[in-house]
Design a protein around this ligand. Sequence first.
Ligand code: GDP
Length: 533
Amino acid sequence: MLDTSNQPTLPPEIARRRTFAIISHPDAGKTTLTEKFLLYGGAIQMAGQVRAKGEARRTRSDFMQMEKDRGISVSASAMSFDYGDFRFNLVDTPGHSDFSEDTYRTLTAVDAAVMVIDGAKGVESQTQKLFEVCRLRDLPILTFCNKMDRESRDTFEIIDEIQEMLAIDVTPAAWPIGVGRDFIGCYDMLRDRLELMDRADRNKVAESIQINGLDDPKLAEHVPAELLDKLLEEVEMARELLPKLDPQAVLEGHMTPIWFGSAINSFGVKELMEGIGAYGPQPQVQSAEPRQIAPDEKKVAGFVFKVQANMDPKHRDRVAFVRMASGHFKRGMKLTHVRSKKPMAISNPVLFLASDRELAEEAWAGDIIGIPNHGQLRIGDTLTEGEAIRVTGIPSFAPELLQTVRAGDPMKAKHLEKALMQFAEEGAAKVFKPSIGSGFIVGVVGALQFEVLASRIEMEYGLPVRFEASQFTSARWVSGDKPEVDKFVNANKQHIAHDHDGDIVYLTRLQWDIDRVVRDYPALNLTATKEMM
Ligand code: GDP
């Protein structure tokens, strides 16, 4: 079912790729759904393994004690699997709101998002926030309403809530039959099929039953009379009142098809996967300077959207996650690292086939590969076959929380600097070196990140550290003509610091100060975001 009639014609290997992330509020079922995707993708033998955090599994995604303790996923990882005609690349987004910057960058590497909501709770705060991020990029969204095996809200009410809270058209791809204990499955609105849930075996899915329209007597053989009346009435109403599926509107991000299911019972998951295949976007054109990159260009290009340390605790290596933007990559290729203009032989790239890391022999536009390295690759870097193109749109945000950091042992200040630089390059924190005084100021978006940093510095560098309140609460990058910048820097020495790239930053605790600078130095730019490059 490779229906790409409304998308540009790409070579089949590229056209079959679907690169997406899951967005949801914690507890809606993202992990469970991921497990089932992988199960059907043949990547793991049995559901439950994604969660198994035994020693053997630690290399994969959850490696920090803290993650285990808190049950949050601090690190994002990418997983690839095949289903039907499609190759799916699922990029995991950290669910906790403290990691929104990381999440934002992850969403620059995907072409679509699957939004998971809990059928009893509807659109929750984190769903809404993540949705807004997707909207900034007009990402196509496919919706999965989960936990239908439990008491859930009225179907029309759920759809209305999504339409109203998120201002997007919703079209039902399936219609649930019965609620809670009486939930028996769905009517597939797009293919006139009956999908029934197997309550006896959570990993099994019952065969679908082809139905010849709503007046087919076969319906009554499978659906109890009291549920059937309601179903017929609701489907009729839905067809009258709700918009019809418009594949183009889905691709443009104006409409989301919704499936109903129960991830834990494996129900609705295959239909969702088929839906991502049929209505999800192919690898998209990537914005870059001085020109865009099209997925079907012959030459290989890709960009780093995430850097992750210690995937393997035995080695202090880092893995740069690269989204391939074009071409057909083969292992061993020499690519140009555009920022440094140096060639890099990519000899041991990794594909994250859910079960474990694996050497990637090849990759196509849309794929995500991991490149182990010792720090050369940073977020925002572009790799090409020589052309000086730079992928754009991967932002770095001004931190909202600032603290000073000190090593427990003052003799270890150099070690601390090295650790902090590593985290800054990974994008895990902003690190500012004030121009007056010693020590560092660390900036993050969410308070939990301080704890993560402290525990990582201790684990990876054997260095106990203390975070303390800083006199500053805001940071802005400063740019403009050199004389003007110099004048400003000289007049505001106590407020000036440099970030890990050496860029000038203005630190303050008052919005009033920022307003004053804007007024007094009209030729200067103070910005709260900076492009990673
Ligand atoms: P995440 O925080 O979004 O990753 O959510 P999880 O996948 O960890 O699920 C949260 C909880 O909901 C877990 O206890 C799951 O077992 C449970 N859960 C997930 N899917 C379903 C479902 O379809 N039905 C029911 N009843 N529980 C579910």
